[in-house]
Ligand binder design. Sequence first.
Ligand code: C2E
Ligand code: CA
Length: 655
Amino acid sequence: MSVTSYFRSAFAIPRDKPALARAQIDIFVRQLPIMYGIIFVSMAAISVTYFQRAPVYLTIYVPALLAIVMIWRIYLFRRVRENADIESIYRRLRSIVIMAALMGTVFSTWSIALYPYGDQYGHGHLIFFMGITSFGCIASMMHFRPAAITLFLFTLVPACFLLQATGQPVVMAVGLNMLLVGGFIIVAISSFYDKFVQSIDDQQALIEKQAETQKLSDINSKLASLDTLTDLPNRRGFFAELEGKLSQKNAMPCGLVVGIMDLDGFKPINDIYGHPMGDKLLIQVAQRLRDRLPQSVYVARLGGDEFGLIFSPGALSDNIMADAERICAELRVPFNMDGFVAQITASLGMSEHRCLNETPETLFEQADYALYHAKEFQNGGAVLFSDAHAETIRQVNGIEKRLRDADLEEELFLAFQPIVDLQSNRVCGLEVLARWDNPVLGSIPPSTFIRAAERAGMINQLTEILFRKALTAAQTWPDDIVMSFNLSPYDIGAPECMLKLIGLFEKSGLSAKRLVFEVTETAVMLDFGRACDTLQNLKTMGAAIALDDFGTGYSSLSHVRQLPLDRLKVDRSFVNGLENDTAARSVMQTILDLCRNLDIECIVEGVETERQLEILTSMGCRYIQGYLFSRPMDADLVVKYLEADRSKLVDVVTL
Ligand code: C2E
Ligand code: CA
């Protein structure tokens, strides 16, 4: 390496290393007061030594002026901000080198100017000052080689020349000594400086690598929060957003609304037209939600046909229900699919943050409960979680707890409600209805405790106990009386439970012709394929299948046709309007005709008045169940009731 290129590289302030420049300024700002402290203390000492020997301007004014300059520079560099732009940093680095040259010149000149006024001790002090101050300042600049070399050139070199000029061998030797030591310090600093530059480079490379890794991990977590089918955020993204919104400082989440939307009628489209068509429909639903809802509403796909919505406070009007109904109405507008038009509806469960320490989980569970209500009791539409719902949950939780602790063999019992054949005018069967009397809670309606058992995962256990009791009771009835037993959706979905029921039935010795299993539409629609298989197995065993609560669920005629049904039980809500509503009569007539065409028996439930019976008889209805004939009765009353029913038959025959 030539001398010029060595000097060029020794003085270089590399433009491609901004991190190095920032580190150098940072260290310099911290070192500057120390360096100026060394200079100031030494200058003060020299001024004292030379006071009254040298002119006042040399002992007072120059040091005072330099002190002011030094304080001013400290102040200037303190103002360099961390995020200062890189050009100003480079400017400051250049200014440090220039100032090193200037200050070095001033100090050297000052020392040279003072030298003639000193005696031998004074000279010794001055030489000591020049050496110690130069070494101290050069060492302080070890992180910035150009400044260190500049200081060397402008302090130690002139000092050496000054001392050579004295002509005194010892002083000349001291000068040479200082110069050589200074040179070695510069060599040592050079090697330290190279390592320092390398360490900053390494540090920078590490920071860049970390930033890259962070970027990749950001992309990853974004992808992990995205639903690839619809491009909406997924369940994970939804919860992250909700948690973020609730934990935001200074932002009161009161009024934030969480919505869970479930599509009604999506499953049949998926089943009938296949999954690719189902996927297309989901994409269109996602698109419509995005297009029709304001940007401020966060829309996510939670999975399957379930979507999550987050409305920031103020995103909905005061009339939340009206807004929610409008959202559901948007989805009722038919979707144009390839070759057909898909018509679906949506149920929306919502929960409002009321600043009662709600967590994301509670809001979600409340919205989920409201959704369940919308589906179960409202035939779709929107439901906002209310205090009444909270009270019901509290009760159900209490019931669930009692159910777990209960002696179910002891506390569960059965009631039986006759099913009457209008053709023979006699009882042809009995529906088994569960009853629970708890020592603490008293008598709980089956609609409540059956749901609690389903939620607590205990329904299979209950069904087994009830079925065993029902089989025992049925053995006391005449051979031609059929027993109708209700199954929960969770029974149909549990093969092991179904096997146990079949085992119990085979052990009872009862004829399979006397057994009917009642399943609800909702149970069948939960998993149509599996329900079909289970029902087929029961049929193979010889039992009959009845579709319960017909008309309240979402099954279509095509499903009724596909299921291995023997009976259809028309929900009592269809009976209510028979007396005054001609439309209700037409609907009933249609259902009766449907059953006739499909060759399945039709049982109308909930007949309470003579007039209803009259109308149904005129329509050709054959099987009736309802309070008009009998309310559900205890087991010990059943046998007597059936005997009375038979004697009525005997009366009719003898007449
Ligand atoms: P469900 O299967 O629809 O049973 C018929 C319900 O209608 C019974 O209510 C019965 O008492 C009532 N009912 C019958 N005739 C009339 C009438 O003329 N008017 C009125 N207003 N109601 C009438 P219950 O016993 O309270 O049972 C309610 C529901 O609980 C049942 O509805 C069924 O879904 C469920 N359930 C009852 N027992 C069992 C069971 O052993 N297993 C399962 N999984 N569910 C059961
Ligand atoms: Ca039933």
